[in-house]
Write a protein that binds this ligand. Structure first.
Ligand code: 13P
Ligand code: SF4
Length: 302
């Protein structure tokens, strides 16, 4: 039996479903039942009929799926796959900002630990942050942990006062404006598609800014034939699959997330077979972090 056949058989035996983010290895995306951006995957996770969710992604994704589905078993094929940015904010700083600003809303990018979520008012992803921030009644917004996404949203919602936090995604921060300019010189006809975790100086060079799904949708619908991609290169799998006649260039060679790439087919098989990588969240943490996650799902669907 091949590895893929083994996984298919285990999925049936264990009543399991595989969710994968666009940044994981191609072969893992290929066997997943649902592949998407962080918002899509959080939405999908609440409506599944299967009793076990295998989350091919990083820790905060499995944790969010468990918070939203306490009655289900959530497995992480590689529990050590962790997003460094998810830890880049401090509860003490949140409390300090709350003391300083009466009406502040703590807006927490979903790329964060449950600990940070439980001290926040609402979660967002790159696909829904603008809509949610605009819908909040609060004038003051403390955006954690990602400074770059926060600054991008702030530039689009000038009526609000933003307080920033200095977290970042090392994969997106490594892309420079010079890299984009060089790629554009080599491919002058190409449109530049950029994820908002990149710095503002890079975003200024974009033809389109959006989440991983946004980038894939934009390229798929566009009449253009060439694109420069500035996000983690796992998106190339879906981009090429949807658009065999189009050409995609990486903005640089640095856009590989080492944590997403830790998830392999072998590890998907092993966690299903051995029931390993079980995600546990204490009841207190779960109840409190569920509040901003549910608020995100409600506000994003309006
Ligand atoms: P999206 O897929 O929501 O754009 O998120 C990007 C990301 O960095 C996930 O870790
Ligand atoms: Fe975290 Fe960046 Fe990797 Fe996404 S790409 S998991 S934000 S380090």
């Amino acid at each position: 039996m091949t590895l893929v056949e083994e996984i298919e058989q285990l999925k049936k035996e264990k009543n399991a479903v595989v969710l994968a983010h666009y940044y994981v290895n191609d072969e893992v995306q290929a066997i997943a039942d649902y592949v998407g951006d962080s918002y899509y995957l959080a939405k999908v996770a609440v409506d599944l009929k299967e009793s076990t969710i295998v989350f091919a992604g990083v820790q905060f994704m499995g944790e969010s799926a468990k918070i939203l589905n306490p009655e289900k078993t959530v497995l992480l094929p590689e529990p050590k796959a962790d997003c460094p940015m998810a830890h880049m904010a401090e509860v003490e700083r949140i409390e300090e900002v709350r003391r300083e600003y009466d009406d502040v809303a703590v807006v927490c990018y979903i790329n964060s630990t449950a600990e940070l979520k439980m001290h926040s008012d609402v979660c967002v992803t790159s696909a829904n942050a603008m809509k949610i921030v605009k819908a909040l009644p609060n004038k003051n917004i403390f955006f954690i942990p990602d400074e770059n996404l926060g600054r991008y949203i702030a530039s689009k919602v000038p009526e609000k006062n933003f307080i920033f936090n200095d977290g970042y995604c090392h994969v997106h921060k490594a892309v420079t404006a010079d890299m984009i300019k060089r790629a554009k010189e080599s491919h002058p006809e190409a449109e530049v598609l950029i994820h908002p975790e990149c710095t503002l100086s890079v975003l200024e060079l974009a033809d389109y800014i959006g989440s991983t799904s946004g980038i894939i949708d934009y390229a798929t619908k566009s009449d253009k034939k060439e694109f420069i991609i500035s996000t983690e290169l796992g998106v190339l799998y879906q981009l090429k699959k949807n658009n065999p006649d189009k050409v995609f260039y990486a903005a640089g060679s640095v856009q590989i997330c080492p944590n997403m790439k830790k998830v392999t087919l072998e590890k998907v098989r092993d966690c299903l077979r051995d029931n390993t990588g079980v995600v546990e969240v204490s009841e207190e943490k779960r109840e409190k972090s569920l509040v901003p996650l549910k608020r995100m799902l409600e506000l994003a669907s309006l």
